[in-house]
Design a binder for this molecule. Sequence first.
Ligand code: ASP
Ligand code: MG
Length: 450
Amino acid sequence: MLVMKFGGSSVADAEHIRRAAKIVLDHIDKRPVVVLSAMGDTTDHLLEAAEKAIGDGPISVEFSLEKISETYLGALQGLGLSTLFTPDLRELLSDLATLLSGISLIKELSPKTKDYLVSFGERMSVRLVARYLQSLGVNALPVDAWDAGFVSNSSFTSADLEPESWRSIPDALLPLLEEGILPVVTGFIAKDTKGAITTLGRGGSDLTATMIAAACKAEAAQVWKDVDGILTADPRIVPDARPVSAVTYEEAAELAFFGAQVLHPRAMYPCSKTGTPVLVKNSYNPQAPGSVIGSSLPPDAHHVRAITTRGNITLIDIVSSRMVGQYGFLAEVFSCFAKHRISIDMLATSEVSVSLTVDAAQDIGAAIGEIARIASVEVKTKKAIVTIVGLVSHSSVILESAFGVCASLDIQAEMVSHGASKVNIGFIVDGAEAGAVVRGLHKKFFGGQA
Ligand code: ASP
Ligand code: MG
């Protein structure tokens, strides 16, 4: 058994769906379970539609719905399928219209309603693609995540799967495979124990795929994208970035968190528990080997896997002479951040100071005000984290090269941290300089033009 996941861009229109279906057919003897995202940017469009419905009322509902139904019905037509044979798709579109009018009347969107709303994208995708696979003679069946055994908690918009899913997923899917059915499962969504629809967080269909692969003991989870696997850097920053053949689960999770749009960071968890390989493949170039995410690396692996950067970072320097030989100071600082629900990304401490970074999207005003009462605080905005993901056992060599690159570019690294997961070294630079640093590091570690 094999799990094959196609993200939004891989099912964006009729042409992409044809390509995805061909790849599925090429693997049909492996007994695949297919996992799909909503078509293209449908999830964003659904959220925009709700915002508009709240702001402008019913007229905008019709307008935004037109965009969404055009995507799905347009693909249906492009695939040579008749709407007559997809009553379930039309029914979902009409339920969606009702929901959006409801939102335009009550003018509010709770996290629970939001999850219900975005679930339409994935539910329509699986019906459309399963219908197309059927037209090619495949015994495909659209399956909503809850009928595939996905049970989550009730943390709407970013729910966690309940442990019982490890049993209920194979219980639901394996019998279908036994019957020769190809299940086409909705990514991203689940239901809580009370039966309400939840989502696993944006990009969560990766987690759906890895969870099915791990729970069903599949030979692998394949994640089909539009790049040749995990790249050594963001190709928009480093044009000659190249695919990495193998990375560990920990490295992949770090890469996902620190700005490489590889996979959802939480998606690594199920397969790392069972040792199930996750393959990142290119649907435009299926013959390319892609990247394998697994528990170990080949013995000849390079000591740096990739270089990433994440912008919009705020650096907070907290200095207090009270820290010297004292206990409880750091606890006070952190409990203040916790109280204001501010998440900290990177951290470095010395005897009298602590520097930490937060995402600029978070409102830190109140927390900073409180901390300023016990220490002097300096806030620096528009920073970026540059992260070198690789073997920290080679950290001296990596750091030496990294600082050499910064020095040659006359750029100051303001804070350095070894990730707790022991696979990354991160440092902070000015946001405007991050691109140059990444290019310089890439050239240093991987050669090629900078
Ligand atoms: N459709 C959802 C999103 O855009 C889930 C996914 O694509 O994985 O976030
Ligand atoms: Mg998507």
